[in-house]
Design a binder for this molecule. Structure first.
Ligand SMILES: [Zn+2]
Length: 245
């Protein structure tokens, strides 16, 4: 593909960009921070392509790679970007030591994921509830507060689904949670509040402030603890298993 760039003095400068398959050497394993286990691990390159372009007095290389962590087997996307100046300096072994720059970016971003704080005992939640809760936490940590508002509503939906509450609409299902004694009527009011937040986020594309989202999370985590964690812990205490006397 022939591309055109305007240089500093205003002249058009032509340069070529080509897409080329990776060589065997370029497919070698990479050390990178894993998007899932957050450790710096060796990654296998599953597939990839490379683009090369000459721009003025330097060459640009971009490698786009699908990689798999050899520790947890998580798949990520890695982009490696390298610029090499024509007058770069090499050492006696031909390795470039000056006149180049190289950057690496991974998606999902491991740095963003390490900021995610899950509630205590998250592993005690049912899978259907835990997965939407974790996704909503991930959305919150990336600052996407419209989607986070929608996610809060989805967590309430997941609780109702898991508890098999009756009702055509979420409003009825929340009320049914209280009727079944799974939550109190006061707690049902809190869930209705989260439902309203989700509705406004989705229907009015309304983003909440960080403090509103933080408070809503506190409520939802309190609810998850009350509905799932405390009953499970109580179940495992001796006092919940009275002996026949
Ligand atoms: Zn990993």
């Amino acid at each position: 593909m022939e591309l055109v760039q305007i240089n500093e003095v205003g002249d058009m400068e032509h340069f070529g960009e080509e897409t080329i398959p990776l060589t065997l050497t370029e497919k070698k394993d990479r050390w990178a921070t894993c998007s899932s286990c957050s450790r710096k691990t060796c990654h296998e390159v599953i597939e990839g392509m490379c683009t090369h372009a000459r721009i003025g007095d330097y060459e640009s290389w971009d490698k786009f790679l699908i990689i798999r962590c050899k520790g947890c087997e998580n798949l990520s996307f890695l982009k490696e970007h390298t610029l090499i100046m024509d007058d770069c300096t090499t050492d006696k072994n031909g390795r470039i030591i000056d006149g180049y720059e190289s950057t690496q970016s991974i998606y999902p971003d491991p740095a963003a994921l390490t900021k995610i704080q899950f509630m205590d005992d998250v592993e005690m939640l049912p899978q259907i509830v835990a997965s939407i809760y974790k996704e909503t936490c991930s959305t919150k940590s990336s600052g996407k507060y419209i989607l986070t508002g929608a996610g809060l509503r989805a967590i309430v939906e997941a609780i109702c689904l898991e508890k098999e509450t009756k009702g055509e609409y979420l409003e009825d299902k929340i009320d049914n949670l209280a009727v079944k004694g799974i939550i109190s009527t006061d707690q049902a009011k809190y869930l209705h509040g989260l439902r309203f937040m989700g509705n406004r986020a989705l229907h009015k594309i309304l983003a909440y402030s960080e403090s509103e989202i933080r408070n809503a999370f506190e409520i939802v985590e309190h609810m998850l603890k009350a509905v799932y964690v405390i009953p499970a812990k109580a179940e495992n205490l001796p006092f919940s298993k009275p002996e026949n006397v």
